[in-house]
Design a protein around this ligand. Structure first.
Ligand SMILES: [Zn+2]
Length: 546
């Protein structure tokens, strides 16, 4: 049993997980199969959806089909030759208060039915419980997890170690740290039902990140109960590798139709925004008139198609290095998801550390949300902590961003650069040109072709948060460097005077002489003439720097 990571973006990864019934690719969606009620049969899942893995409930099977499932073994019992994962039924026991089993019995039963991925009988932390009770769920789950080694008799079953703690993040951290020390092949996060039902995705971000930061990184993480495709991108980006979905069937039974943005009642639909084999053959009115059982089966199949295609889209986004873009796209589908995206700023340091440096494609910046991206944070750290300006540089010239990139090759910058060369002669190396640009802040000329400083597109006009961010980057840069003079060519229209404000503030603090040139048309001949004379003036011997 091994987990091999092939591609990654943010904390999301395309990986291969080996089980005794074959290899599965992550991120992986496991449809939930209820052995009592099947809206879509395991065989159909395999044939129509090319589904390689499913999850079912060992407790329900044990209760209803006890020895039959043991005799037949789970794969032929379900008529499914792919990978079968079983949940322990802890949730059912919690809801229905059944005490007709114990942790050891559930472990043994999962081995006997030959399940590929099995779960210990954990104690779920419910929503709104006291910290004391939450602590009990964590400790009791850990105690059962520690006993697994003495209970199991097979070595070819992959075991899942569930992390508990609910919304008590310190408990989630403890639970993850302790569970991570135990030899489970997969770790899982149990998310309380209201988190999913009430779309409390910002709380979910905290829960997943806390678990993730405290668990071993080289094992898959399963997110229990995350069945709606519109939040897959968020969960994958935060490092969840496995999902189970009962939602496709539950929603279908309530005549609810899934989309990538949420759920719609079938009765409210006039058109199907989908081209799956179900939707292509019918329309909402005809489906509404179809007998119930058949209708629910069709809706369940549509819901599965939406779920699987979203997962494929996410994988392609990881492959292309565009998971952030996809995440923002989904974030704008629902306010609660956008709220969750805003939370990512809190974790930008960790996201940066875990994210790859190179990518196959350029970046798109839609808004200030992108400021939490690993690439933006990484540039900021590099400039402020690891970068030093060229040794002989005395004068910092700040030029605004241009439409064309790399900036130093743009017509506008070339005009300035050529003149500087012409007028400064041997003093050229005393001048250091940097661009101030969204979203990265300060871009030294010698770095402006380094990925991704030129390989990005940004939407203008800039929002206030992005302007404030760049203003701070410029001011911080001036504060940590020791130029003798700073000259700003101000693009007032784009930056609303904020870059000037930041420069002034920093220069006053450092007591560095500062000159600003601005005009309505900053790149026109007159402004540039003044700007160039200012540069020339500041290079003379009277300024004590030559
Ligand atoms: Zn469809």
């Amino acid at each position: 049993m091994s987990f091999e990571i092939r591609d990654r973006d943010l904390l999301g990864r395309i990986g291969r997980f080996e089980t005794k019934s074959g290899v599965v690719e992550t991120p992986l969606l496991l449809p939930v199969i209820n052995p009592n009620v099947q809206s879509v049969s395991p065989k159909t899942l395999q044939k129509e959806f090319n589904c390689r893995a499913l999850i079912t409930n060992a407790y329900i099977i044990k209760k209803n089909f006890k020895d039959v499932a043991v005799e037949k073994r789970i794969h032929s019992f379900l008529d499914f030759s792919g990978v079968v994962m079983t949940d322990s039924g802890a949730y059912q026991i919690l809801v229905y208060g059944d005490v007709d089993t114990n942790p050891e019995e559930i472990v043994r039963y999962q081995e006997k039915i030959d399940t590929d991925i099995a779960t210990i009988l954990d104690v779920p932390t419910e929503w709104g419980v006291s910290k004391r009770y939450a602590r009990h769920t964590v400790n009791e789950t850990l105690s059962r997890a520690r006993k697994l080694a003495g209970m199991k008799t097979r070595d070819d079953t992959a075991w899942v170690g569930p992390v508990q703690g609910g919304q008590h993040l310190d408990l989630v951290a403890k639970s993850a740290r302790e569970m991570g020390k135990l030899p489970f092949q997969i770790y899982a996060l149990g998310s309380p039902v209201p988190v999913m039902e009430q779309y409390l995705f910002d709380i979910l971000v905290d829960m997943i990140m806390t678990a993730k930061m405290n668990l071993p990184q080289d094992h898959p993480l399963h997110l229990f109960g995350a069945g709606h495709p519109f939040m897959f991108a968020l969960a994958v980006a935060l490092g969840c590798d496995f999902f189970d979905s009962a939602a496709y069937a539950i929603y279908a039974r309530e005549d609810r139709y899934m989309t990538n943005y949420g759920t719609t009642k079938l009765s409210e639909l006039k058109f199907f925004p989908c081209s799956c084999p179900v939707c292509i053959k019918t329309d909402p009115d005809s489906l509404m008139a179809t007998p119930k059982i058949e209708r629910h089966e069709m809706l369940a199949r549509h819901n599965l198609h939406v779920s699987f295609s979203e997962l494929r889209r996410i994988k392609q986004a990881i492959f292309e290095g565009r998971l952030w873009e996809h995440l923002e796209l989904r974030g704008h589908g629902h306010p609660k998801l956008l709220q969750a995206l805003k939370k990512l700023d809190k974790y930008k340091e960790y996201l940066e550390k875990q994210s790859s440096v190179t990518k196959k494609s350029g970046l798109f910046f839609f808004s200030y949300l992108g400021l939490a991206r690993p690439e933006v944070f990484r540039h900021r750290i590099r400039i402020l902590k690891r970068y030093s300006p060229p040794r002989k540089a005395k004068v910092l010239i700040l030029l605004p961003q241009t439409r064309t990139k790399p900036f130093h090759k743009s017509r506008e910058h070339q005009k300035v650069l050529k003149e500087i060369k012409k007028r400064t002669f041997e003093n050229e190396e005393k001048i250091h040109v940097c661009t101030y640009a969204a979203p990265f802040g300060i871009i030294p000329i010698e770095l402006d072709e380094v990925y991704p400083l030129s390989q990005n597109e940004i939407a203008t006009p800039l929002d206030a948060e992005t302007i404030a961010y760049v203003e701070k980057q410029v001011a911080d840069y001036i504060e940590i460097t020791s130029y003798k003079k700073i000259i700003l060519l101000q693009d007032e229209e784009t930056w609303k005077g904020k870059i000037l404000k930041g420069c002034r503030r920093a220069c006053r603090k450092k007591k560095t002489p500062f000159t600003v040139l601005s005009g309505r048309q900053i790149w026109d001949e007159n402004t540039l003439k003044d700007f160039l004379s200012a540069i020339q003036d500041n290079l003379g011997p009277q300024h004590g720097m030559i």
